[in-house]
Design a protein around this ligand. Sequence first.
Ligand SMILES: Cc1ncc(C[n+]2csc(CCOP(=O)(O)OP(=O)(O)O)c2C)c(N)n1
Ligand SMILES: [Mg+2]
Length: 584
Amino acid sequence: MTRPATVARLIATYLARHGVQRIYGLCGGHVQPIWDEADRLGIRIVDVRHEAAAVYMAHAEAEVLGGLGVAMVTAGPGLTNTVTAIANAWVSRAPVLVISGRPPRPQTGMGALQDMPQAALVTPVCRRVEVVSERHHVLPRLDAVVEAARGGYGPTGPAYIDFPTDLLEEPVGEADVDPGHMTAHPAYAVTPSEADLDRACEVIRRARRLLVISGRGVGAARESLLAFLDLSGALHLDTSESRGAVPPGHPASVPALRSRAMREADVVVTLGRRLDFQLAYGSRAVFSPAAAFVRIGRTPDETSEGRRGDAEVRAEPGLALARLVERAAAPAQPDHAWREALVADNAARLARLASTLESQAPGADGRMHPYTLIAALNRWIDDSSVVVADGGDILSFARVALSAPTYLDCGAMGCLGVGVPFATAAALCLPGRRVVALIGDGSFGITGLDVNTAARHRAGAVFVVANNEAWNIERHDQLRRYDGNLVGVDLPGCRYDLVARGLGLHAERVTEAAELDGALSRAFEQAPALIDVAVTRDAGSPDTASGLPSVPVWHALSTWDQAERERRAAERPWEVGGGTEGMR
Ligand SMILES: Cc1ncc(C[n+]2csc(CCOP(=O)(O)OP(=O)(O)O)c2C)c(N)n1
Ligand SMILES: [Mg+2]
């Protein structure tokens, strides 16, 4: 039987022609016509166990392959289940397209099954939202959402489109198809202006202590970034948005001296990076008050927000960096002694960390320290590995000590639950590469059932659950600041290896450090696999020490918060504590 060309087939054809190879989703009658046509056209349907996982997976695909990730979910609860993941893609600026269905037009607003204000629900966290009701709108609106997700109108991020089911089944004719929509166009690239580059060169030449902080879009510009670091003699700090772009151990990187480098640099170059909480909003209490900023990015939130740039270059970071290298933008009189002192101090700190990683004592509960687990994982991570981290304390330990050539984590939204779907998608998109996710036991519970998706789709990820039987970073906060009144932070007696086995994975439980290498070896051989590792809840993580869980008033870290209070108190001594006492 030849099937008539329908709107659903048109949508599926559009996606295939635009290079979409995988759609992550969960079935439902309202999107079934597209689901079916996409599969028939050879797009791989990666069916998940919860719709949030579909969007997280599309997000991870966008990150590891550099294109657009696509998720499809049914109307009503199918869409509401995705909202956290869409918001996370929005904060992370990940180009994700979410497709959904709606009740048939004749039933709209009459109390139809799964009828709800879907577009209104996702509008604040999408770059563009399109509600399609007409055949001839299908292709132009698909183009609009794809373009918006890829940053054609502003920042990259999630975009949303839905169609009523009856429209999906309507036949389409030639008049409905403008062939111009059926060919993929390259993503819009923002090119730097000569005037902006002139200004940036001028500021960089005046620098004595140059610091580069990298963010989104830098992974694709690795060569230019490395060339710029060599040429300029700058020091470099990465952020989770760009981790791995500069290889671990690169002489310019000073990850162990973040605050000092921020405080002492006299020119700071930001690349594709908002000055968000992780960078103290560019505060003059944390960075030098006299520092000049060169802000390079594709949108104003990357070039101007927080602290204006003394030079602002609106451009793809890679294009701007390449031009700066051409122009030999480098400090005329660099402070070599400063750079050498920081590089040496950083190396000494990292060496101390590396030597203590292996020799951490177990906790009072007799369980291994998280660093013992991380040291074992580091032995299995090679230059092509993809590393995912998800959790509270364990994420904090991982950020400091886990090797990460390509890296994804909870991001600036602190979105617990990304670990399983991120790693599953990375393994599907990059077969043959070692993919490992280190996940807290609490975080695992949020999306853990989707290890079954890895099993069904043979996504060869290794999930390592750091099982401290607690939402531990919060537990530490309750111990410290709430007189030990522990409420809702214990997760005793759970065996995630048994869960995983029941869901089709090879899985093991590890309680002794000596068993780790054997278990990891078997896991990588039989991946997808899960290892439930008993780790101590006694170890205090770097984030616990820095005060992050206590949510200070001015800044994310208590030392930065304190510096801000002091600066404000000095200016306004009549306002005790900077005028924020009691404000929360
Ligand atoms: C979706 C979500 N819910 C709650 C939080 C608050 N939170 C941050 S870290 C954390 C504890 C995480 O526990 P686990 O994953 O077991 O990691 P651990 O701290 O024990 O290493 C919680 C509840 C959050 N960031 N995101
Ligand atoms: Mg935990």
